[in-house]
Ligand binder design. Structure first.
Ligand SMILES: NC(=O)c1ccc[n+]([C@@H]2O[C@H](COP(=O)([O-])OP(=O)(O)OC[C@H]3O[C@@H](n4cnc5c(N)ncnc54)[C@H](OP(=O)(O)O)[C@@H]3O)[C@@H](O)[C@H]2O)c1
Length: 456
């Protein structure tokens, strides 16, 4: 049973473990790329919590900056910005602080009794929750669950982060380390004294370099299962990308061979492609450009035919992605419809599914429409057609894809999305907004099996 939100702890620290220096001005420990990363993290949480001292010293707005991330939240029926939360024992909060004044997000203040009484008199634009003599994190987190907060981001400062670490109330810890030394004992530390070891609670899950900043992501052994259970709870159908999650269709140079063949057809029609398409190995990039408007109907049809023939040949050679057959079998057993939603051609997908005896395990295939490369993902058309066929709203679908294009189309259409990260692809999927990222299909299959056995 889920009795607290999924909790992510996040902060930026100096090399010597400080969150700030001791001066009245805030010390910047992130660069633009890291701010963008944090913006993506904020966008996938329901609420952001900071301590009252952070509000007083930094005056943070706690809003999502990217317009596309804001729009994606709206497409899902979520508030534009996450709920803002703070904790106070003193009640010293300025009504003019950006926490209250910036944006339209809901605000919640968790306070001890005297502070709550005081705050109640000040008519702040926030819900004030009285937690008694002392603030018990378990109680606070239970209250958040009752308010529908499924994912909580804790952004600091040091006292708050230390409390969550000490109580082991977290699933994930994201630490950006800046090449800055503060060297001043008066400055706030990331972790205050008195915390025991955490290496029996978390493991290092990812290391990312953003210019001079190193981002470390730690997670508990159950973090991924927790995330998958949450994202699968409303799922009534899978929308499965083909090239990647089902088969590495265009791997091992198959993509480049198709692209070469398409360029050959262009040459036969006396067409010289633009510079950026002369060396690309991506056949779909050429196809997007090779429209009847650009080339005339005959040349466009010939280029498309070359692409289809190349894809069919690839489908006759390509292996199954590890775990794909088990995933489809599990969905069938769980009576969870699966629609393949792909930018590849229908004949190639049909050949592949027949070859591997999987045709009966998918409910339908939405492939690239002949003559309409403009309607490939990230155009919303294929996803919308899949949802119409299923008779389900976007929030009951779940897209599984391996490209930024898949995540982008999910953001536009409001469909939750799992990024299937091939090596090196995780940061792109993360920044694009994937709700959960998996490196292989097995944890997803296991989560579907668990869900099936506990349903009803
Ligand atoms: N680098 C980063 O990523 C980052 C992120 C955030 C903050 N910061 C820095 O961190 C510094 C602030 O950190 P901090 O450790 O001093 O403070 P903090 O954690 O932001 O806030 C501590 C305050 O929260 C309230 N509080 C916390 N636990 C409580 C409990 N159990 N019961 C009642 N009240 C509770 C109290 O507020 P009252 O005092 O009102 O009672 C307490 O003084 C700032 O310099 C800021 O710039 C850095």
């Amino acid at each position: 049973m889920i009795d607290r939100p999924y909790v992510t702890l996040s902060c930026a620290v100096s090399l010597d473990g400080y969150l700030d220096d001791a001066s009245p001005n805030r010390l910047l420990l992130s660069n633009p790329a890291d701010f963008d990363r944090v913006d993506a993290v904020r966008a996938r949480h329901d609420a952001i919590l900071v301590g009252a001292t952070t509000i007083r010293s930094d005056d943070p707005r706690l809003l999502i900056r990217s317009e596309s991330r804001r729009a994606a939240r709206v497409a899902r029926g979520l508030p534009v910005d996450p709920t803002k939360i703070t904790i106070t024992g003193s009640g010293e909060l300025d009504p003019g602080a950006a926490f209250f004044a910036a944006g339209d997000a809901d605000k919640i203040i968790y306070a001890t009794s005297p502070a709550a009484t005081e705050l109640g008199r000040t008519a702040l634009p926030a819900s004030v929750v009285d937690l008694g003599d002392r603030i018990d994190l378990d109680r606070l987190l239970r209250d958040l669950v009752e308010r529908g907060i499924g994912r909580l981001l804790v952004e600091g400062g040091g006292m708050i982060l230390t409390e969550f670490l000490a109580r082991r109330c977290y699933d994930e810890l994201q630490l950006a380390i800046a090449p800055i030394v503060v060297g001043d004992d008066r400055a706030p530390r990331f972790i205050r004294a008195g915390i025991g070891p955490i290496n029996d609670h978390v493991r290092l899950a990812e290391v990312r370099r953003l210019g001079d900043i190193a981002v470390l992501r730690y997670e508990t052994p159950t973090a991924l299962d927790q995330s998958l259970a949450r994202i699968l709870a409303p799922t009534r159908a899978l929308l499965l990308d083909f090239d990647g999650p089902v088969t590495p269709l265009l791997a091992e140079g198959r993509d480049g061979r198709i692209a070469d063949r398409m360029r050959q057809v262009l040459a036969e029609h006396g067409v010289d492609p633009p510079a950026e398409l002369r060396t690309t190995v991506d056949p779909l990039r050429i196809l997007r450009w090779a429209t009847p408007q650009h080339l005339g109907p005959d040349a466009a049809a010939a280029v498309e035919l070359a692409c289809i023939q190349g894809e069919v040949e690839a489908a006759q050679l390509a292996p199954l992605t590890a775990g794909a057959a088990q995933l489809l079998t599990t969905c069938q057993a769980a009576e969870l419809p699966v629609i393949i939603v792909s930018n590849n051609s229908a004949p190639a997908i049909a050949v592949f599914l027949d070859r591997h005896g999987l045709a009966d395990r998918v409910t339908g295939v939405i492939a690239r429409l002949p003559g309409r490369p403009d309607l490939m993902k990230p155009d919303p058309d294929p996803i919308r057609r899949a949802l119409v066929r299923l008779g389900r709203p976007a929030t009951e679908g779940l897209l599984i894809g391996d490209s930024v294009t898949d995540v982008e189309v999910a953001m536009i259409t409001g469909v939750p999305v799992i990024g299937y990260a091939r090596p090196g692809r995780r940061p792109g999927l993360d920044l694009a907004g994937a709700d959960v990222i998996i490196d292989d299909l097995e944890p997803l299959t296991n989560a579907l099996t668990t869900r099936g056995s506990t349903a009803g």
